[in-house]
Design a protein around this ligand. Sequence first.
Ligand code: ADP
Length: 214
Amino acid sequence: MNKLVLIGPPGAGKGTQAKMLSIKYQIPHISTGDILRENINRNTDLGRRAELFIERGQLVPDVLVLEIVLDRLHFEDCKAGYILDGFPRNLSQALELNKILSSEGEQLSAAILIDADRDSIIRRITGRRQCESCGAIYHIEEPSAEKAGICDKCGSEIIQRKDDHEKIVKKRLEVYEEQTQPLITYYDKLNILHRIDGHGGIDQIFNEICGLLQ
Ligand code: ADP
């Protein structure tokens, strides 16, 4: 168990679980969404090219995303394995990843699908707020520092992601159903798919994932 892919609709909890798995198994958490947002914040060429797609809830073109992933997978810390969160997101990205791995005599250890229903997703994402500096996640229904608009972990401002507004969330869900869901069948056929119910508590889901990775 060292090369993992997390798939699932937006807001299913992939990022949260990936961070916890990264600590437990001491392997890097690679989130293409985080890398793209970081580039937008730093106003890089890549960030400027990706921004319009993200704000509309569309996928960023494969060529940009593949460049990021290819580059990141060659970092020294990926030798022991990694957790890919938000990549691959369509069949051509999955085939490309497979090609990269096969050329190095490697393969994915598991693809973990964290699933959740449409209503829970919309409620979770539209109420989600994020620290613009450290990325800590809050929810408007939880009593927390979010009310004051200040992150209790690092003291920076807490904001709502532009693509977390309801209209864009619905678009992201459409894109997920059309482009990402086919990966479920793809990884199932490769016999590496594991399905996890994303409606449970964070710790319960984490224990379930760790259990299946044993
Ligand atoms: P979520 O999983 O909650 O939708 P992410 O942070 O993973 O959020 O992604 C946010 C946005 O970044 C996506 O809607 C998409 O525009 C872009 N993005 C992230 N990963 C990819 C990818 N592998 N391919 C294309 N676009 C991506």
